[in-house]
Design a protein around this ligand. Structure first.
Ligand SMILES: Cc1ncc(COP(=O)(O)O)c(C=O)c1O
Length: 387
């Protein structure tokens, strides 16, 4: 069987890897070295002229990081990947590239906070401009396109409201107007959705999340055609935001189990979303895996409706109910982030609660949420009885 015909789970284990030529070691070595030695003057010139591959310095290239890059490119179905020292380093390198020299970027109004912050506070300083709008309104997106529009940027499923972007339609629209589409696919992971198959130019992940899966490191990846990745790679070199070898090794280890883990995240999250939707203390659940969600049909077209391991919701009569809910939990960890074995929960100041469902037994998670919901319901009942 040729490598191209192997299935995702097989490639997540094998792609990009080979036994170490020097030692035969089958495990991926961590090349924890800042610099790489050359044998001779002629070898340096031959490497510089592109005749002989070699590594020079780990801010620009490293064998362990390159193994991860080859694996991710394979999993995404892209030509090349650049690995960075955080998801934000990946996103900012992409946005920087398209904003340079007066570029205009259309970005979703619903994005991870730090991405929004970068767009609002860095792009104009770089000479670019932005328009932010609800990308679910495709005709508004088309009206916002200008001659200098170079990029449309969105999250396939957004953080934290889980809006679903119609990625195939946005790709068609961007290309019709000579722009590129970049998609932050962190929430879905390449297990559930591979945007390049739907015509996307650049797919970005915070590899901190599902790809690593351990919650023990921070990293990012961008994948696309080589002609786009190579200039973005140059930005990463100049900024000094290339990934560290130990981080790459942790993410390589994570990739090997990503299919199994994401399936479990998905199963657990669907169960908890249904539990929350049915509870009288809950005012609203955002999870496109629920048929009641307005992104459900779009996601069904994109990947059969598999919405990933994160949901958000609101309780009635916040903020006292939210406090009671959070403080009654015994198993969920109150922390940001997602894609970890542990279930993480985070209450925003505006009453939105984000639940990043982990890999625990769903009976235990359902029990823990029920403890919180019962505490919230007691507050709701007492608030209503005094009205
Ligand atoms: C959707 C999304 N994109 C990007 C990021 C940023 O990734 P990192 O924290 O690895 O920089 C996050 C972080 O939570 C995220 O949720």
């Amino acid at each position: 069987m040729t490598e191209e015909r192997r299935k995702f789970a097989t490639r997540s284990i094998h792609a990009g890897e080979a036994p170490d030529r020097a030692t035969g070691a089958r495990g991926v070595p961590i090349h924890q070295s800042a610099t790489f030695a050359f044998d001779s003057y002629d070898q340096i010139r031959s490497w510089e002229d592109g005749h002989e591959p070699h590594f020079q310095y780990s801010r620009e290239s490293n064998p362990t990081v390159q193994t991860l890059e080859a694996k991710i490119a394979d999993l995404e179905g892209g030509e090349a990947t650049i690995a960075t020292n955080s998801g934000m380093a990946a996103i900012s390198a992409v946005l920087l590239h398209f904003a340079a020299n007066g570029g205009h970027i259309i970005a979703s109004s619903q994005l991870f906070g730090a991405t929004g912050d970068f767009l609002e506070n860095e792009i104009s300083a770089l000479g670019g401009s932005i328009t932010r709008l609800d990308l679910r309104d495709l005709s508004a997106v088309e009206r916002a396109i200008r001659p200098e529009t170079r990029l449309i940027h969105c999250e396939s499923v957004s953080n934290p409201l889980l809006h679903v972007a119609d990625v195939p339609a946005l790709a068609e629209l961007a290309h019709r107007h000579g722009a590129a589409l970049s998609v932050d696919n962190t929430f879905l992971s390449p297990v559930l959705y591979r945007p390049i198959e739907d015509g996307v130019d650049l797919v970005i992940h915070s590899a901190t999340k599902y790809l690593s899966g351990s919650g023990q490191t921070v990293g990012g990846v961008v994948t696309g055609r080589s002609e786009l990745i190579e200039p973005i790679r140059k930005h990463v070199f100049r900024l000094g935001t290339y990934m560290q070898p130990f981080t790459a090794w942790l993410i390589i280890m994570g990739c090997k189990t990503v299919s199994l883990r994401v399936d479990r995240h998905l199963e657990n999250t669907q169960r908890l979303a249904e539990l929350l939707e049915d509870h009288p203390a809950v005012a609203q659940v955002n999870y496109p895996g629920l048929p009641s969600n307005d992104g459900h049909t779009t996601l069904q077209r994109m990947n059969g409706g598999q919405a990933g391991g994160l949901l958000s919701f609101r309780l009635h009569d916040d903020p006292d109910t939210t406090r009671a809910f959070i403080d009654a939990l015994e198993l969920c960890t109150v922390a940001v982030s997602l894609g970890e074995p542990l279930t993480l929960i985070w209450p925003y100041r505006d009453g939105l609660i984000r639940l990043a469902v982990g890999l625990e037994d769903s009976d235990d998670l359902a029990h823990d949420l029920t403890l919180g919901l019962e505490a919230a319901q007691r507050v709701i009942d007492s608030v209503r009885s005094t009205r």
